[in-house]
Write a protein that binds this ligand. Sequence first.
Ligand SMILES: [Zn+2]
Length: 115
Amino acid sequence: MDEGLEETEDGMEEYSRPLPRSEKKFMVLGHCMDHMKNKNEELVKKAMEEALPGMESLCLCAMCTEDIFALALNSIPAGYQHSMSIALFKKTAFEEIRKAVLEAAGKVKEKPKHA
Ligand SMILES: [Zn+2]
């Protein structure tokens, strides 16, 4: 009999939920790691969408946007979180992430790859 997969009433506990086979892509030692996400990706995306559209003479083509995303993410510590544990991940302050995004945007603005 299976147990442990029912949702708890308070919603605080998380159990490992197997993903459908078709979604299993990135395997480490036979275990699927697709659920491991760098939480900072979401925060960088949010900061970029808030701060960049208003920036003067900043190119936001796919190449430059990708560049800024990569530069910003590489300049802050990765924020990986074990999906089956609670609160191990200490969030990088959003203000720090905003700063990283603006710095990255400045660099790309100075030297866009497509010149
Ligand atoms: Zn561009």
